[in-house]
Design a protein. Structure first.
Lengths: 136, 122
């Protein structure tokens, strides 16, 4: 978190050729499509192959992180509970777009721990530290 | 050496697929090493050999096949995404998977991402 705060005052985009790992952007709400689950499957696979993977939540994707929701009430497999297994797959970096939370009047109560809420600029800087980006 | 991997998530009838094909073909023509194309989500429908698109519309599956033959371009389809969409491996008589495609797991996507200096998603 410290490094993120520092780079926020002095934004430094990373050259893609020196960046590492994969960033996965979640941009869709959790229950209207399978996108969140598809993204999760990719993230866990990269994690199990010991590749560095970071998760980014932006736009309606931030709804995936809100506490006390259960897809099984809608007969949808509750993939969100797997989020609490991230550390088991060495997925340590979970970033949330602050602007997206504000636009949706969402509080910062997430159903998983160790989530970092970033400003637009810090979000972009964090993204640029990755070699590859996938968006779902 | 620039190496490229491509992820296709759009179905064969999507106009976005045409963009993906044009992009991949341009890369191949430019001599860029395209290590493979990974078909995920609705992109997995490309591997269904029974799909028939009206002859006056863009033939995306035929184009992927042509790139596969001409450039030995590896085409990987995610098995979970494919089976969910009815694209399953059968016996010789009822084979649904287009032979230009290799049925792979998500591990193949990890492999491609590791090999490639650039990963582009459509």
């Amino acid at each position: 978190m410290t490094s993120i705060m520092q780079s926020e005052t002095q934004p430094q985009l990373t050259d893609a050729s020196t960046a590492l790992g994969v960033a996965i952007i979640n941009s869709k709400a959790p229950f209207s499509s399978n996108a969140g689950k598809d993204a999760l499957d990719v993230a866990l696979l990269f994690g199990s192959f010991e590749q560095k993977v970071s998760l980014f939540f932006q736009g309606d994707g931030v709804y995936q992180l809100i506490a006390n929701q259960d897809g099984s009430l809608l007969a949808i497999k509750d993939y969100l509970k797997t989020f609490s297994a991230f550390e088991f797959y060495d997925i340590e970096d979970v970033y949330v777009c602050q602007q997206s939370l504000i636009e949706r009047q969402l509080s910062k109560t997430f159903h998983i721990d160790n989530v970092q809420v970033l400003t637009n600029k810090a979000f972009a800087v964090a993204l640029s530290k990755h070699k590859h980006v996938l968006r779902f | 050496m620039n190496t490229l991997a491509v992820v296709v998530t759009t179905p064969p009838y999507s106009h976005l697929t045409i963009t993906a094909l044009t992009y991949v073909e341009a890369a191949l023509v430019a001599g860029i090493d395209v290590v493979g194309v990974f078909f995920y989500q609705d992109g997995a429908m490309h591997a269904n050999k029974d799909i028939s698109i009206a002859s006056d519309e863009y033939q995306s599956i035929a184009h992927w096949q042509q790139l596969h033959q001409q450039y030995k371009l590896p085409l990987h389809v995610c098995i979970t995404a494919a089976e969910k969409r009815g694209v399953v491996m059968g016996s010789i008589d009822n084979e649904i998977v287009n032979e230009a495609f290799t049925v792979s797991g998500l591990g193949e996507l990890v492999e491609l991402a590791t090999k490639a200096s650039r990963l582009v998603q459509f």
